[in-house]
Design a binder for this molecule. Structure first.
Ligand SMILES: *Cc1c(COP(=O)(O)O)cnc(C)c1O
Length: 372
């Protein structure tokens, strides 16, 4: 697997890039860098403004409590913990599952290994054991089994398997999740799912998205879900697990500075997203598919078919990803550029018309006479 994934790399385009080529200013900048760029709409803002609140460190914020109960019930867990970010959620999970000198297994491109500042090692003395991904983003069960170390004082204690779904915009097959987590349990490992985009995976599976999300999540001891990605809330994630696990994670959240007092103001955005924005992820997936389809004959770009809300594309030889990114930015379409690869993410601020405009813009930037 290539090393860019379903993560949110720092923005590489700025508003200053837009319209830099002169000519007619685009109607509106289409920001396809990430699904984290969404802003709360009127109804979500109203829910946030009207939310009943209390001191959540005293467990007295009714909105935080409601969100925690609702997501736990939706995903079939005993308990949930509202946290400030997906990174804090994964870190609380690692610190709860593992102690100093323990080790967790994750993919080399996994957010929890690659994109979280090494938090588990920095703050917990927990060593990662990163494994290569197969082409579909999964880890080879044989590699997982081989990575588990024997009980011997020479070795760190292998404690935890961390998987990610979606990974690189791809849903992970349910039977793979069953196999990999079953294998982990056979070896005495706990299991954690970084489900930042769990609901994208659930929607991609078809049928009732909450039912699908429960089927995915049910394989794991703990699950992290982000509300600030495709679900469109401004802030927040939840960490789910048993009552006992969440009680221990709560101590870590406090130690990490994550006790947030009248957090119901932001939890209300997450609760609103959970209640209103899950089925609509299918629109983002449809827009991503439309975008990829609309560009498949563009010679300058090798576009991968969309599986959820992301489209990845490789520029043809002689063209760098950053050059393509800059050309699109001049025309009012922002995307993320990685070495050799571009990422376009579809979210609730992007309509079908926007998607069609984005297709026209890319085609024009790469093959039209207006190309530099
Ligand atoms: C975004 C993301 C996270 C972390 O979420 P933040 O809220 O940005 O800290 C974790 N895992 C995956 C897969 C993500 O995409």
């Amino acid at each position: 697997m290539r090393t860019t994934d379903a993560t949110d790399a720092p923005a590489t385009a700025t508003a200053a890039d837009v319209g830099a080529a002169g000519g007619e200013a685009p109607a509106r900048v289409l920001d396809l860098r990430s699904d984290t760029v969404t802003r709360p709409g009127e109804a979500m803002r109203r829910a946030m403004a009207d939310a009943p609140v209390g001191d959540d460190v005293f467990k007295e914020d009714p909105t935080v409590n409601a969100l925690q109960e609702r997501i736990a019930e939706r995903l079939g867990f005993e308990a949930a913990l509202f946290v400030s970010s997906g990174t804090q959620s994964n870190l609380c999970a690692l610190l709860t599952h593992c102690g100093r000198g323990d080790e967790y297994i994750a993919g080399q491109s996994a957010h929890v290994y690659r994109w979280e500042g090494g938090g588990a090692a920095v703050l917990g003395g927990i060593q990662p054991n990163p494994l290569p991904h197969r082409a579909d983003g999964t880890l080879d069960p044989a590699d997982i089994a081989a990575a588990v170390k024997p009980d011997d004082p020479h070795f760190p204690r292998t404690r935890l398997l961390c998987l990610e779904n979606t990974i690189g915009g791809r849903p992970v097959p349910l039977d793979y999740l069953r196999t990999a987590t079953g294998l982990a349990r056979e070896h005495g490992l706990a299991t954690h799912l970084d489900g930042a985009r769990l609901f994208n995976a659930a929607v991609a599976a078809g049928g009732d998205p909450f039912e699908q999300a429960r089927l995915i999540a049910g394989n794991f001891d703990s699950v992290s879900v982000c509300f600030s990605k495709g679900l469109g809330a401004p802030v927040g994630s939840t960490l789910l697990g048993s009552r006992e696990f969440v009680a221990r994670a709560l101590r870590w959240r406090k130690a990490l500075g994550g006790g947030m007092r009248q957090a119901g103001v932001v939890a209300a955005g997450a609760l609103y997203a959970l209640e209103h924005h899950v089925p609509r992820l299918a629109d983002d997936h449809a827009h991503a598919a439309l975008f990829a389809e609309g560009l498949k004959d563009v010679a300058a770009l090798d576009v991968e078919p969309a599986q959820t809300n992301m489209v990845f594309a490789e520029p043809a030889p002689g063209l760098t990803a950053d050059e393509v990114r800059a050309r699109l930015a001049e025309r009012g379409v922002l995307c993320a550029a990685y070495p050799g690869r571009l990422r376009f993410v579809f979210h609730l601020e992007i309509t079908r018309e926007d998607t069609e405009r984005a297709v026209r813009t890319v085609r024009e930037a790469l093959e039209g006479s207006s190309t530099r």
